[in-house]
Design a protein around this ligand. Structure first.
Ligand code: ZN
Length: 321
């Protein structure tokens, strides 16, 4: 089957002999450094095709403890899915994904807004900002509040775009990120939060973003830290081991990603999140039936809505053009 997708030149064009819940999953080289050394199997696949419902591809949902077969790259420290579903399969899965995370998205956007304020202070101007994987556009509002103009967002799923506020919806383009849809050297800031794990070719995304940035502009990524204490304690029961995640970063591999893509002055740092208590309960590794009862219980009490600040195991990375 011909494959003209992004990054196909770096993927072995062979259907994998390893089990995968997706038809025609492809073997894949390391998506950062291109290493073909797949001898260090981080964990085998855990995919139950029958329970792959439409919520599996919505962000901030009940985790289902399913994940692809993961390889640890000996060269760049990335953990990546191999085999991985074809990009066409991902595009349609995300397009149709259900959506029910408005409140949590607002809490996350506040956290990201506080960090973005610091990044914005290092930029030469505030003209042109793109948020890749913008969901319902709640962070686009933060960018406007921070004084950016020429703000736009990209989101592959239709449901969150339909939920966007009327003044934000026209700023969102539906689809996978494609640099061809933007003017080269036109943005001063590109943000990509909790999305870089989901894309088929994270290096290509960073290279494309570099082409869209003006001199002195920045790419700001936030993702999960696979070296975080929570990930180490919970192992594959951690919510970061997720069917949606095609790669998992550490500080070293996040730095390598931006350096490899041509960014300068790269900084990697922990992110402290602020979330309501009931959201944290949702992420807890307990059986779904108990969890729903617990969630309903604490939501009835006001305590469920108390904001809690803690390091959930997220990393930020900023690089400059
Ligand atoms: Zn690698």
């Amino acid at each position: 089957m011909p494959d003209d997708t992004v990054g196909a030149d770096r993927a072995k064009d062979a259907v994998s002999e390893h089990s995968s819940g997706f038809p025609d999953a492809l073997n894949r080289l390391c998506p950062i450094c291109g290493s073909s050394d797949a001898t260090d199997v981080f964990c085998d696949a855990n995919i139950d095709a029958a329970s792959l419902n439409s919520y599996a591809f919505a962000s901030r949902k009940l985790p289902e403890y399913m994940h692809h077969r993961l390889i640890l790259c000996p060269d760049c420290d990335l953990v990546y899915a191999n085999p991985a579903p074809r990009i066409e399969a991902l595009a349609s899965a995300y397009e149709e994904a259900a959506y029910d995370s408005g409140e949590e998205a607002e809490f996350a956007a506040r956290t990201y807004g506080a960090y973005t304020r610091k990044v914005a202070a290092t930029l030469p101007d505030n003209c042109g900002a793109i948020d890749i994987g913008c969901g319902d556009g709640v962070f686009l509002e933060k960018l406007l509040d921070l004084g950016f103009d020429g703000v736009s967002g990209i989101e592959p799923s239709i449901a969150p775009i339909l939920a966007a506020k009327p003044r934000i919806k026209p700023l969102i383009r539906q689809g996978l990120f494609s640099a061809a849809e933007f003017e080269p050297s036109s943005a001063i800031l590109i943000t990509c939060f909790q999305t870089i794990e989901h894309v088929y070719d994270p290096l290509q995304l960073c290279v494309d973003a570099h082409g869209l940035l003006k001199e002195g502009g920045a790419l700001f990524l936030i993702g999960h830290n696979r070296d975080a204490l929570s990930a180490k304690l919970l192992k594959t029961r951690s919510p970061i081991f997720d069917i949606e995640h095609l790669q998992l970063f550490s500080a070293a591999s996040f730095r390598r990603l931006l350096t490899e893509a041509g960014y300068k002055s790269v900084r990697v740092f922990p992110i402290f999140n602020r979330y309501p208590l009931h959201y944290l309960v949702k992420l807890f590794p307990i059986p779904a039936a108990n969890k729903i009862a617990l969630l309903n219980g604490i939501k009835r009490l006001r305590a469920g809505y108390l904001p809690v600040t803690l390091a959930l195991g997220n990393l930020g990375a900023v690089g400059y053009k």
